[in-house]
Design a protein around this ligand. Structure first.
Ligand SMILES: Cc1ncc(COP(=O)(O)O)c(C=O)c1O
Length: 379
């Protein structure tokens, strides 16, 4: 009997565009017809919508999510000689932003279940040079912000939430942005709220941070022909138009991701060789990624190969933790504090299954069936 191989892609961008094409096209046309493409009315409108969506005072569009982090650090006066604590099992950009700002990244391990920063590990990494903590809401789930804020307050540290992966997520009794000094967002195409290219934003309730970021992103200028030190890192109005159309749908799209995650979890709960994502009670995990882990790290690559051979575009996030990357400027003092067994285990065992609202029941069922087939011995 010939086996039917279904193709299940990793992203649903094109399906999503077709689903709301008239809304996106209308906004793009509005921008094109306005003749104002940089820091124009569409950007202003989207910034207001984004701030309101988060219940926050300010949102400033930036060129991408990485820039939003280092612009925030610079706006807070954090740079050379300062240390910033984060964790190494995140996308490289979290640490890269610390490096671009001129500060030094200090890595502590993650929580073994949520994969977000382990708040218990932060205290031991704090020195007289520490200025900030950057928790990442990894895979779509909020870090333990109340515990992080408590430690930050005890040592008068800033907190910047790297919220590239978790727009519209929430903790138990707290919202993203509420317990930090600033929150970065990424709008790169593959994010839950993604544009047709790159984009980012910085959210804050602090008017000074917002004003500094706005000036820094625009060649150090908030008045025509008057400049101080700055950069060019703006969110184009065309992207703002796309994002404004999509923002109206993000909550429902995330609800659908949560439903697919529940389907995966129900279907895979009997598997013996893989561990499933942990959702903290009371948290809204918006499943930017649905990441399973093989209990035996030696099984990861064979399972990944099996899925790919069967038409499933599974990936790893992230198979090399940042403290193992040669590309990081370790010579400049970046370091780990304590061992990183949880981050390293995650890197060696993680597999991200296709996850986007536009998946079909047949596709999700097929992915479940193939993981179970491998689990039961098809290796
Ligand atoms: C956790 C995390 N931080 C930062 C970034 C950087 O965002 P961008 O690609 O928009 O610069 C990303 C994604 O790309 C990310 O996943």
């Amino acid at each position: 009997m010939t086996q039917v191989i279904m193709q299940v892609g990793f992203y649903g961008h094109i399906r999503q565009y077709h689903n709301i094409q008239s809304e996106i096209d209308a906004n793009i046309r509005r921008v094109l017809e306005s003749g104002e493409y940089v820091q124009g009315p569409m950007l202003k409108q989207f910034e207001q919508e984004l701030a309101a969506f988060h219940g926050m005072a300010h949102a400033a569009g930036t060129g991408n999510g990485t820039d939003a982090i280092w612009l925030a650090l610079m706006a807070m006066g954090i740079g050379a000689g300062d240390e910033v604590i984060t964790h190494p099992n995140t996308f490289f950009a979290t640490a890269e932003a610390i490096w671009i700002a001129g500060a030094t990244a200090v890595f502590v391990d993650c929580d073994p279940r949520t994969k977000c920063i382990d708040p218990q590990k932060i205290e031991a990494a704090i020195t007289s040079k520490t200025k900030a903590i950057i928790p990442v809401h990894l895979y779509g789930q909020c870090a333990d912000m109340p515990a992080i804020r408590k430690t930050a307050d005890a040592h008068r540290l800033r907190v910047i939430e790297d919220n590239a992966q978790a727009i519209d997520a929430a903790g138990d009794g707290f919202r993203i942005g509420q317990l930090s000094d600033a929150t970065s967002v990424s709008f790169i195409a593959q994010k839950n709220l993604g544009t047709f290219g790159d984009g980012g934003a910085l959210l804050t309730n602090d008017a000074n941070i917002d004003a500094r970021v706005r000036k820094l992103r625009n060649h150090g200028s908030n008045q025509r022909n008057v400049h101080s030190f700055g950069f060019n890192s703006r969110l184009d109005d065309l992207h703002a138009g796309v994002l404004s159309a999509k923002l109206k749908h993000i909550h429902a799209w995330n609800d659908q991701r949560i439903k697919w995650a529940a389907t995966y979890t129900e279907g895979l709960k009997g598997a013996t060789h893989v561990a499933l994502p942990h959702v903290r009670p009371g948290y809204r995990h918006v499943f930017h990624l649905y990441v399973i882990e093989t209990k035996n790290t030696a099984h990861r690559d064979p399972l990944l190969d099996f899925l790919v051979k069967n038409g499933i575009d599974a990936k790893t996030h992230y198979s090399i933790p940042i403290h193992k990357q040669d590309g990081y400027p370790w010579g400049k003092g970046a370091r780990t504090v304590g061992a990183m067994p949880n981050a390293e285990r995650n890197a060696a065992s993680c597999i991200s299954l296709p996850m986007y609202p536009e998946l079909t029941t047949a596709e999700v069922d097929y992915v479940v069936a193939k993981v179970l087939e491998w689990d039961k011995g098809a290796r």
